[in-house]
Design a protein around this ligand. Structure first.
Ligand code: NAG
Ligand code: NAG
Ligand code: NAG
Ligand code: NAG
Ligand code: NAG
Ligand code: NAG
Ligand code: NAG
Ligand code: NAG
Length: 354
């Protein structure tokens, strides 16, 4: 004879069979850090050489918490990082699917190029797993959205995006270290940043045939979520799993800018590219002074920003042609706080010269 509770279970089971097949976003196996290949121990993240996405990139959807309670101390950081990583992994997966060896040899590139792209894709799958495993089981582990990189099967355009994404990754990892509470997290972020730097170095040597070195220090920019926000441009609106948290969190939603160096004029010209999100120079007070603050290496340099022309002087003090400059418009010299940044950041990539 059925007890009332087993009857309830039977009814629930009957209801469940009437629903669509269980979704990956409820995949309990994936929530378990012991499930699947282990980064640092498995060839999957090194040289899995198939076109189909490697684990865990082949199992998408947000992983929901199995328990409630206090979130792990760095869960928010790793949620942001995992959301960014899905975009980067998918970029490489799209490249692996769109191209083959001849796509790159036809451009005069080494016959190892496609293999390297696959290997980087495999490393990025390992990052997905490391970040999933770093989020405690009391917090959502964000899943993949749909991403549009607009390269339309063009390998040259894809390669330019590749090196740019690696530079962006290095920049936000350097900043995210400041959000970590845990020493293991800090070290892991440096170790992952080193891998992105290897990917970037490979591209500078083998693809761009340029100097792979960027001077004594890559660029430190403290406001990592502002860099993460730049990757939102690749997300197809409305395509993220419903359970994903806002990305990045917290999000300032600053007016986007691009910065173009006019060397001959000694100027940097800023353009505010989103017509729906423009800066309001008069929101605080008329004729307030704004600043273009440039970050490069471990330093920053401030130049007055002219709101009539949207220009500032070029920061000639920096070692021109090396690495990356990050520029923001701020209402204070040195952009000393997050809230002092009112537009940007703009990335000025100096290596490679496209
Ligand atoms: C989770 O996904 C893996 C791989 O697709 C599958 O083998 C496993 O049965 C799934 N587990 C659950 C609980 O759905
Ligand atoms: C996911 O990829 C791994 C290899 O990385 C493979 O072993 C596994 O079967 C795949 N799972 C699914 C559900 O495709
Ligand atoms: C690469 O793909 C192109 C177009 O699909 C095809 O013509 C070519 O034979 C492929 N090359 C290799 C090495 O698979
Ligand atoms: C790749 O190129 C090298 C020379 O750069 C050549 O020795 C090698 O045979 C090539 N490999 C393939 C598979 O084409
Ligand atoms: C959740 O994590 C805690 C702490 O790491 C662990 O003790 C617990 O067994 C985990 N629960 C599940 C369902 O994995
Ligand atoms: C790919 O894009 C580059 C740069 O925009 C362009 O010069 C080239 O013609 C494109 N290639 C193809 C096959 O369309
Ligand atoms: C400067 O930027 C603002 C905001 O986008 C725009 O309205 C203005 O036309 C720009 N001025 C110049 C000279 O380009
Ligand atoms: C910019 O550099 C100054 C020192 O020159 C420093 O006090 C300030 O905190 C730096 N700004 C940021 C946002 O790191």
């Amino acid at each position: 004879m059925y007890s009332s509770s087993s009857l309830l279970i039977a009814l629930l089971a009957a209801t469940t069979t009437a629903l669509p097949a269980p979704q990956n976003n409820l995949n309990a196996s994936l929530a378990n850090p012991n499930y699947g290949p282990v980064p640092g121990e498995s060839r999957t993240y090194v040289d899995y050489s198939k076109t189909a996405a490697p684990f865990p990139g082949n199992i998408t959807g947000a992983i929901l918490p199995t328990e409630t309670g206090l979130a792990g101390p760095d869960d928010l950081l790793f949620q942001n990082l995992l959301s960014a990583e899905w975009a980067i992994f998918d970029f490489y997966q799209q490249g692996v699917e769109a191209f083959n060896v001849s796509s790159f040899t036809e451009l005069g590139l080494p016959n190892t190029t496609y293999d390297r792209v696959m290997q980087i894709r495999d490393n990025e799958a390992g990052h997905l797993r490391i970040f999933q495993d770093s989020i405690s089981n009391t917090s959502v582990k964000p899943g993949a959205c749909t991403y549009d990189y607009g390269f339309n099967g063009n390998a040259s355009v894809w390669l330019a995006l590749q090196v740019s994404l690696e530079v962006i990754s290095m920049a936000f990892l350097t900043g995210l270290v400041r959000e970590a509470t845990n020493l293991d997290t800090m070290s892991a972020l440096v170790a992952i940043g080193e891998v992105e730097s290897r990917h970037n170095t490979w591209a500078l040597i083998d693809v761009w045939n340029q100097n792979p070195f960027s001077g004594p220090s890559d660029t430190v920019f403290p406001y990592a979520n502002e860099i993460l926000d730049l990757t939102r441009q690749y997300i197809v609106p409305g395509s993220c799993p419903a359970a994903n948290p806002t990305y990045p969190l917290p999000r300032q939603n600053l007016p986007a800018t691009t910065a173009v160096i006019e060397k001959a004029k000694g100027l940097v010209e800023f353009e505010f590219t989103d017509p729906h999100n423009q800066p309001d120079w008069y929101s605080e007070q008329r004729d307030r002074q704004y600043y273009a603050v440039y970050f490069h290496g471990v330093h920053n340099i401030t130049k007055p920003f002219d709101t009539k022309t949207n220009t500032s002087a070029y920061p000639a003090e920096f070692d021109a042609g090396e690495g990356l400059l990050i520029a923001v418009i701020a209402n204070e010299i040195d952009a000393p706080t997050l809230d002092s940044v009112i537009a940007g950041p703009a990335l000025i990539i100096e290596q490679p010269i496209f």
